[in-house]
Write a protein that binds this ligand. Sequence first.
Ligand code: A2R
Ligand code: GDD
Length: 311
Amino acid sequence: MKALIIGGAGFVGSYLINHLYHDCKWSVAVTKLENEFIEEDYVTPYNLDILDKEAIHQVLKEVRPDYIFHLAAQSSVALSWKNPALTIDVNIKGSINVLDAIRELDYNPRILLIGSGEEYGHILPEETPITESNHTRPGNIYAATKACQNMLGKIYSDAYQMEIIMIRAFNHIGPKQSPIFVVADFCKQVADIEKGLREPVIKVGNLSAKRDFTDVRDVVRAYSLLIQKGAAGETYNVGNGEAIKIEELLQKILSFSTANIKIETDLTKLRPVDVPIIEADISKLQDCTGWKRKISLEQTIMETLNYWRIN
Ligand code: A2R
Ligand code: GDD
């Protein structure tokens, strides 16, 4: 089998490359932005900006993948408040370019479109844990772009009989993630405090939100299973199935350090809207693939903290 990962130089990409090549034993081609670097020398890299549809077409013609994983995105909720236009361009226009370029092929590859648990947004108390058939009520620009991508995936799948499977990925974490995201951010701050690089104060945003965290290695296993077994035109939640309060997450991280650390709210880290809870119902994923989480929250936090201790 030949897989193509679009947007493979990011956090999930590096784990997906490794999993598809070593565990699935597929041949793997990867696209990246021109200024990005792919560490894994056993995959073929292509420079590609998804805002350039003709370039997507060229890569697809050359690789002729059986499976396409579309990861490329402006992936930060926080950044989407600061740069909504870029988020809309990359996540909506970029995704439609990808879908259109695939539609023009003379064969029908299977495609995984990676959306977000954030698409559900303002979830009512009786709706949690949330199933795929629930209403989406996005609470931020990033979430709106991913909800739109999901709708486009469904429309293209139905209208053109394309093999598109839509994912709603909940929070995924692990070593190497950018510290713009909460677990990497807190772990890096703790590691910097331990190294004496900053005063013993951790700066935090909204601690009252509850989010559903899964180790990225478990997430990419779900992706490879779903691209093989998922039904075209269907959406699947990928998450842990249980949300944790960010405050509790912070306490877990702090419990892995002997440093005496004070907690301080940084007002610049608060978002105009931060929905209270996003928690996945994962029965559709489990019924389809038999997927189960292998890595505990404690293990992934510990490994992320250790990563920042040596980097
Ligand atoms: O923003 P950068 O410079 O880190 O590059 C990101 C890249 N990317 C693009 N690729 C092609 N054409 C573009 N116009 C474009 N704009 C951004 O997509 C990055 O290398 C990659 C996305 O990876 P991350 O930001 O590390 O996200 P992560 O955590 O790997 O998430 C993968 C997917 C995304 O669709 C998220 O929205 C979703 O899972 O949660
Ligand atoms: N980043 C960050 N930094 N978040 C903080 C902080 C902080 O210091 N303090 C509290 N938070 C809260 C945020 O307000 C949010 O409620 C939660 O921690 C998680 O924030 P992020 O880690 O930035 O992730 P996200 O939930 O906004 O988005 C991530 O998960 C989505 C799936 O649910 C990203 O990986 C998205 O790409 C993904 O779609």
